[in-house]
Design a protein around this ligand. Structure first.
Ligand SMILES: [Zn+2]
Length: 413
């Protein structure tokens, strides 16, 4: 292998993903790539064709536990609360008592921890918050709050959401005078712990219509947290199934769009978001080329007014072992395309050979905007220029109009 580009030899065990995490494969060294990319590597790629669903992304926005909802009006007790907490934070360095809180009752704490919504609304007696209760993060508190709210049919609204202080009130405060209120403060910014500093329960006559649908506290962000592990196991989980899961656990119906958004938020949390993935594509391809010398990559991007920013159009690649090995395969290429079902509607084009043992032999790949009279000729041209110049090749296809156009247009085929 030729490592004259300054890269250490690949140990053959690390995955491409881990190679990409390695700083030496970062942008500063990308320039030295041996691939025939026809774009400046120091650019940001943005996704191309978006799905129709994305157009609705901004619809259906609610104020929820995860949103920012600062009410301007602060009542008297709120102001006192604020002053007390601010003073305590100011005094923290000199006041050793700040960290000493009323010891939470471990029995009730445990019953809360064990309080499981799979009981479908069968609340246990201990299913209440209490002063002193700790949460690993503000997000964790918000998840518990929302679950509590949905299961008890007691909606809440966010009164304050600061970096170190979070206050929620009963949403029926105005209609029935309920004094339910939960204040939490950040205990330690370094480990993210939050603690309930003040808690007042709902009043007995805090009742209302069962909000089976449209519970605004049950947001896409909340659902994301509920389905994260499910999505980790199965990224093809349908939004309709997510709707069933949430209804089964909390008795709350959520819209298809909310379930869809929650699924995509979960996928983004697990795998990183779609835009970042497109941005990573040039570096990923550069790593492929560097670790597999002889691998070829061709880009076809759309320029924007900003010379450093291009919009992803197409990418073609073929691995070096495929290019070398194809010489020993049967003189046959099978080509086809398949849709990507993510946020961006691209199509993967694939060319395969057949080896001497009649096994499928991967030859070349491309991601293009769609199967059309421009993308297929481009793909076939890339194969003809970069992968094989063998004469007399037989091409097997589904005779897509774009493929037929490529066959007519290109002398090579
Ligand atoms: Zn209430």
């Amino acid at each position: 292998m030729d490592h004259s580009n300054g890269f250490p030899p690949w140990d053959g065990t690390s995955s491409y993903t881990s190679l990409l995490m390695n700083a030496q494969y970062g942008y500063p060294t990308y320039e030295a790539t041996g691939s025939h990319t026809n774009v400046d590597p120091m650019f940001a790629i943005h996704g191309g064709t978006t799905s129709h669903e994305e157009a609705h992304e901004s619809d259906d926005i609610h104020v929820d536990a995860f949103g920012e909802d600062h009410e301007d009006d602060m009542d008297q007790s709120e102001e006192e609360d604020a002053e007390a907490i601010e003073k305590a934070i100011r005094d923290e360095a000199v006041n050793p008592n700040w960290n000493i809180v009323e010891e939470p009752d471990p029995v009730r704490m445990n019953s809360w921890q064990n309080w499981n919504p799979t009981n479908e609304g069968q609340l246990e007696d201990g299913g209440e918050f209490q002063k002193g209760q700790m949460f690993s993060s503000l997000d964790e508190l918000k998840m518990q709050l929302t679950e509590y709210s949905a299961l008890k049919n007691r909606p809440f609204r966010v009164k304050r959401s600061d970096h170190d202080w979070y206050v929620v009130l009963c949403d029926r405060k105005d209609s029935c005078g309920c004094t339910w209120r939960l204040s939490a403060t950040q205990v330690d910014p370094t480990i993210g712990l939050w603690r309930i500093s003040k808690y007042a329960p709902h009043i007995p006559n805090c009742v209302g219509e069962v909000m089976e649908t449209g519970n605004r506290n049950v947001s896409a962000n909340f659902i994301r947290g509920k389905i994260l592990e499910l999505i980790r196991r199965d990224q093809t989980l349908k939004p309709t199934v997510i709707m069933e899961v949430i209804h089964g656990q909390l008795g709350v119906s959520v819209s298809y769009m909310k379930a869809w958004k929650a699924k995509h938020k979960a996928i983004a949390q697990i795998f990183g978001d779609w835009e970042q993935s497109y941005n990573d594509l040039p570096r990923y391809m550069a790593a492929l080329v560097r670790t597999n010398p002889g691998t070829v990559v061709e880009w076809c991007n759309i320029n924007t007014q900003d010379p450093m920013t291009k919009v992803f159009g197409r990418v073609f690649w073929a691995f070096a072992p495929s290019i070398v090995g194809f010489e020993h395969c049967r003189p046959l290429i099978t080509i086809d395309g398949t849709h990507l079902y993510g946020k961006y509607k691209h199509v993967v084009l694939i060319a395969m050979g057949v080896d001497a043992e009649d096994q499928i032999f991967p030859l070349a790949f491309a991601i293009v905007e769609s199967e059309n009279g421009s993308s297929w000729p481009w793909f076939m041209d890339c194969i003809g220029r970069r992968v094989t110049q063998r004469p007399g090749l037989c091409v097997i296809s589904d005779r897509h109009a774009g493929i037929m156009k490529a066959m007519e247009e290109l002398d090579r085929w």
